[in-house]
Design a binder for this molecule. Sequence first.
Ligand code: PEP
Length: 252
Amino acid sequence: MRRPFIAGNWKMTQDRRSAVALAEGVSRQAAGLSGVDVAVCPPSCYLDAVATVLANGPVGLGAQNMYHEPNGAFTGELSAAMLLDLGCRYVILGHSERRHILGETDADVNKKVLAALAAGLTPIVCLGETLPEREAGKTLDVIRTQFSGSLAGLGAAEFQKIVIAYEPVWAIGTGKTATPEQAEEVHADLRRIMAECYTAPVAESVRIQYGGSVKPDNAADLLSQPNIDGALVGGASLKVDAFMGIVVHAVG
Ligand code: PEP
């Protein structure tokens, strides 16, 4: 049985005060919920402040990115060990904004995934097709390529520690959500790819979040699909009530 997992990606938003207030609100409302994992991923400069708010509470802390090297002359970068030191349990890797705006490749994502796992962080690995790719009927090819490139070299035990986020690029921040059927089709394909690369029990154990304009009013339909195990939420994670309005639909 896969435990649902809802994570908020705050992207490059907030200031210290609003980040702390948002974290306080989420932590307060998540107290007492059971049967669901909840995490927030603030900008890295506010990880420390948010970690203080979340300490000993039910909400996990995640970063939005990291570098694969353990330390050294890599100006502006943060290592997995630094994120752990700040209290992170999760790190989002290969988000489409990093792939498409900042030029991250599957090989870059792969190095980060391996480094995150080696350090003890749980990577949330994002995959997803663009609109032209979907319209050209290439969704499954794109997903397969990103899957094998971003997750190369992982043994079954390591693979079972990751979370995958299927995020169709055309649905991120656009207000256009994949229908539950469109999302489920890709999630089921991903589950099959996982079973081919590992085993059916391994594939059954790994959580696949959906991401792309998830809101309180579409969350129930998406989260009721058999292969959708949670959500990676951008815009709607920036308001406590909207985020928790999604979380409640994941509670078992
Ligand atoms: C995201 O950033 O991962 C995302 C899914 O954003 P939004 O919910 O705003 O589409």
